[in-house]
Design a protein around this ligand. Structure first.
Ligand SMILES: [Fe+2]
Length: 308
């Protein structure tokens, strides 16, 4: 794990890297101006995914999946957030899951967004896990802000069991998925899990967590982090052909290992305001009980894509 000693230096490096990335936008105007064009422009991908072992009481449960808000100059609380909140309300899912990177370097953006974020509602709750950007600076401030909003549903190597007609559905969240010790914490938590909870949804910011999520009986992993590379030769949600396909093992869309599946979101926000064939997205996922219908993306094609 990165030590606190190196953290300020690492933060400086990331700030510098981001400044270099934003340089072209500074030359032609400002990153904020380019980012303004993405306000209210996002795609809702709808999926149905079947599992033989989904408890009958949970047949049809719906999840709205958001990732990578990057609250900051390129995803502003007063401009970009309201249309996303409206879309979440219209989708009216049972669960809202947000897989990390709430903030972008500066924690004051989170404080500004919290009153609006608190209006986000789902019958079974809004759940979240942390991302790498949430940990770069002032992790305690970010965590305290998110705790004040999500309470125990901020899942940091922790989980909750929901029950419907006595049947259990678990939701777990890991802390960033980039460090092996997180896996050890996760395994320890898994050992304490109620034995009747056979279906688990996992929130992981980094999709590299998928193999050990699968090994720990997580049926559906939701992840983000990659932003799909933001630039691809192929249109979302098809697999990325771009730099992200070289950098990340799991870059965008659906992946399968055994009975376990993962969805990697392109994210709803961004640090750098450019996206080609990789629009900001919200995923709406309906879980159904039934025979596994082949690899997601083939047997579980989107049941309708469109601008919300
Ligand atoms: Fe991100």
């Amino acid at each position: 794990m990165r030590t606190d000693r190196w953290k300020p230096l690492y933060s400086q490096y990331l700030r510098l890297r981001n400044a270099v990335r934003l340089l072209p936008f500074r030359i032609f105007g400002s990153a904020e101006r380019f980012a303004r064009g993405y306000a209210g422009r996002f795609v809702v991908h709808r999926y149905q995914v079947t599992y033989p072992h989904l408890p009958p009481a949970w047949d049809g449960v719906t999840i709205t999946h958001l990732s990578d808000l990057h609250l900051g100059p390129c995803f502003r609380p007063e401009l970009h957030l309201p249309p996303v909140l409206e879309a979440c309300e219209r989708l009216n899912s049972d669960i809202i899951a947000i897989t990390g990177d709430f903030v972008d370097f500066d924690t004051t953006w989170l404080a500004a967004a919290l009153p609006a974020l608190r209006t986000m509602r789902a019958p079974l709750g809004v759940f979240g896990c942390l991302g790498n950007h949430d940990a770069y600076e002032e992790i305690r401030t970010v965590r305290a802000g998110l705790r004040s909003w999500l309470g125990p549903r901020l899942l940091v190597n922790s989980g909750m069991v929901l029950r419907r007609d006595g049947q259990a559905l678990g939701i777990v969240g890991e802390a960033m998925g980039t460090v092996r010790s997180h896996e050890a914490h996760f395994r320890a938590m898994r050992r304490r899990w109620p034995s009747d909870c056979l279906f688990i949804i996992g929130l992981a910011h980094n999709p590299s967590a998928f193999p050990w999520m699968q090994q720990n009986d997580v049926a559906l992993t939701l992840a983000g982090h990659t932003h799909g590379g933001q630039v691809s030769l192929t249109r979302a949600p098809e697999p990325v052909i771009g730099w992200a396909s070289f950098k990340f093992r799991f870059s965008r869309g659906w992946y399968t290992r055994g009975d376990s599946r993962m969805y990697v979101s392109c994210g709803i926000g961004q640090s750098v305001p450019i996206r080609i064939n990789c629009p900001p997205e919200i995923a709406h996922i309906r879980l159904l009980r039934g025979p596994a219908a082949g690899p997601p993306g083939a047997g579980d094609e989107p049941c309708g894509n469109g601008v919300c």
